[in-house]
Design a protein around this ligand. Structure first.
Ligand code: HAM
Length: 424
């Protein structure tokens, strides 16, 4: 039987590794510049964490989780997002007692959602995310937004739109829900079946429904921004000031409500274009009630998640390639049987000296070894064998210029190192 990868999953192939590592390097660098440290949490958690954390009215919890009973009959779920696990770890390890704020990031966390796979939508994707705990004011919101924008900028991505909104807090949201329900009631029959259910449980989600009929209704819905309490309003104003002060081109979009229940106050998305219209490249926001909800102290939090596969799609859209990196710097070709052991020894010595070196495993002819190295774009070839080897020397050839030099085998490592360094 021909076994394929499960639907909605992708391999990262060796040829793509430079691209992934370039993105990862950029993320790590920018996170470190903003004083965030890495956290790694398990790929699976007890299901209850996500039911409580992400919210049982969300599509993620209702329809998309990979949930199963383990051999001990415990309900386990593969991580459907990164924030709940980070919050669980914060509480379990009492990180909240450390000097505040607690700033952490996760890099290419595998995330599992049982979605209908399509362009940009996978069942396993990888997220970079940042979470900042303990800051009530909007400086933390601005910091995480500025950092993800720096990452995208460093990768060369341009023309992305940043949409921000505030969805209020437990003080002001109930009155908005009331106003929204009153408006939606008049259009109830035109709502899609799912939004009819949302009407009672979570009417805010009607605003970002992808169904055309619901979108038309959402367009004229009352705006949450007219219902914010003073605290939420001041917070939102403050965030805009901080972003404007750095000339971030933001647009305020009261229809950004996000698909997870834990958000309070700030929500934001960075949008890219896809063949099916707009798609979120990054999403995040503030979750001031989540730490307490999961059993920790009353501690605010704010963060975002960004999908690496979507970054790669957008890099392709914008025609951006990863900076090329050499796979092998020196290939040690062997001429004849007697050249094999010296080639192998020299290769190992060059690796010890920190030089990317390779040799022939395939018993190829000298000509075929050159062809192979040429395909890999190796800049230097060393040839071990023939008369030179009899004389205790090897030949080094710079592929770009064709220049050749005979060097003593006993000093080959230091001489090759000197040649490479000089040429750089
Ligand atoms: P999210 O908006 O559900 O937020 O996901 C964040 C990002 O993950 C999306 O913007 C997108 O790039 C990527 N993504 C989501 N679903 C898929 C999929 N099926 N296939 C490919 N990529 C996908 C969260 O998960 C929140 N935990 C973000 C957050 C962190 N908020 C505060 N802190």
């Amino acid at each position: 039987m021909h076994i394929q990868s499960p639907k909605g999953t992708r391999d990262m192939l060796p040829k793509d590794s430079f691209l992934w590592q370039w993105i990862e390097h950029t993320m790590r660098k920018e996170a470190a510049l903003a004083s965030y440290l890495e956290i790694r949490t398990p790929v699976f958690e007890y299901t209850e964490l996500f039911e409580r954390g992400v919210g049982d009215t969300t599509d993620i919890v209702q329809k998309e989780m990979y949930t199963f009973l383990d051999k001990g009959d415990r309900s386990i779920t593969l991580k459907p997002e990164g924030t709940a696990g980070a919050v669980r770890a914060l509480i379990e390890n009492k990180l909240y007692a450390e000097p505040l704020p607690v700033k952490m990031y996760y890099l290419n966390n595998p995330i599992f959602r049982y979605e209908n796979p399509q362009h940009g939508r996978l069942r396993e994707h990888h997220q970079f995310g940042m979470e900042c705990f303990g800051v009530k004011g909007p400086t933390a919101d601005a910091e995480v937004i500025m950092t993800v924008l720096r990452i995208l900028n460093q990768l060369g991505l341009r023309n992305l739109s940043v949409k921000i909104n505030s969805i209020g807090c437990p003080v002001c949201r109930p009155s908005y829900h009331e106003a929204l329900r009153a408006y939606l009631k008049a259009h109830f029959d035109e709502l899609c079946p799912q939004c009819k259910e949302r009407y009672d449980r979570n009417p805010l989600r009607v605003l970002d429904c992808k169904e055309k009929s619901c979108q038309v209704i959402a367009r004229n819905a009352p705006s949450i921004l007219d219902h914010l309490c003073e605290e939420c309003d001041t917070h939102f104003e403050g965030l805009q000031q901080l972003l404007n002060a750095r000339q971030v081109p933001i647009s305020i979009d009261p229809q950004i409500v996000r698909g997870l229940d834990y958000y309070t106050k700030t929500v934001f998305e960075i949008i890219m274009q896809s063949p099916r219209g707009e798609m979120a490249l990054c999403g995040g926001g503030r979750y001031d009630g989540l730490v307490k909800e999961i059993g920790g102290p009353d501690m605010p939090g704010v963060g975002f998640g960004i999908g690496t596969e979507r970054i790669i799609l957008e890099l392709q859209n914008q025609g951006i390639e990863a900076p090329t990196r050499e796979i092998t710097t020196v290939f040690i070709a062997s001429l004849g049987e007697e050249g094999r052991m010296p080639a192998y020894q020299l290769c190992m010595d060059l690796r010890v000296a920190g030089i990317k070196a390779d040799f022939d495993h395939m018993n190829r002819s000298l000509k075929a070894q050159f062809r192979y190295a040429d395909k890999l774009g190796v800049p230097y070839m060393v040839i071990a064998g023939g008369d030179e080897l009899q004389r205790g020397t090897v030949k080094i050839k710079e592929m770009k210029t064709g220049d050749e030099k005979e060097i003593p085998l006993a000093e080959a490592v230091s001489t090759i190192k000197a040649i490479i360094t000089q040429d750089q």
